[in-house]
Design a binder for this molecule. Structure first.
Ligand code: 3PG
Length: 208
């Protein structure tokens, strides 16, 4: 089973995906794989999300499939049931953390302050999502955190794109970034999976 820290090393970018049509999920996961991206985070933000996760679980077994935007204990259980193999949360509450731990799946808990990061480290959680990255202090914030909290590793997400990703990927405590730019809403609406593959190719060439 992949661990939280292994999740950070699968691809330089974890695509954060919002799907409205559950039928889009498998072809878009195939497009990401064809572009060299080995991981996908399907967010629980639309009514289609759980069905989308189940579709990818069934049809695209080669991609490492995560559920993102887990904000309640029930969602953690539902995502695991649908076939997610990891979970991502934008922030944390004790109830959500407990529920993620009960699934037995690796997960990336979200944090945006030093105190939140320290609380997660106390629980033994050292692979974290830094969200919302750009709004919460960006690469400078993470650089500052590496001094007092050198054991922590981050997947910064929120406001990251191909142009600013290298600022983060150059930091010693960043192993990958997350972002929605690989799966633009208009590309999905047009079912333009070729464009998604091309965006994935560019993203997979980034280096940490
Ligand atoms: C997330 O949930 O991680 C973010 O909404 C993704 O942020 P982005 O759309 O700015 O990439």
């Amino acid at each position: 089973m992949t661990t939280g820290s292994e999740l950070l090393t699968l691809s330089p970018v974890i695509p954060v995906v919002v799907v409205d049509d559950p039928g889009d999920a498998a072809p878009l996961a195939e497009a990401l794989l064809a572009g060299g991206i080995k991981v996908i985070e399907l967010t629980l933000r639309t009514p289609a999300a759980l069905e989308a996760i189940a579709n990818v679980h069934k049809s695209v077994p080669d991609i490492v499939l995560g559920a993102g935007t887990v904000t309640s204990p029930a969602q953690a259980a539902q995502a695991a049931e649908a076939g997610a193999s990891f979970l991502v949360t934008p922030g944390t509450t004790d109830a959500v953390l407990d529920a993620c731990q009960v699934t037995g799946l690796p997960f990336l808990p979200g944090a945006s302050t030093v105190s939140e990061m320290m609380r997660l480290a106390e629980r033994g959680l050292t692979a974290l999502k830094f969200f919302p990255a750009e709004a919460a202090g960006g690469a400078d914030f993470l650089k500052s955190v590496s001094g007092p909290l050198p054991e922590l590793r981050f997947c910064p997400t929120g406001g990251i794109n191909l142009a600013n990703a290298p600022q983060y990927l150059g930091l010693p405590n960043v192993k990958c970034v997350g972002g929605s730019w690989l799966t633009p809403k208009d590309a999905l609406a047009a079912k333009d999976f070729g464009r998604i593959e091309a965006l994935a190719k560019e993203a997979s060439a980034l280096t940490a």
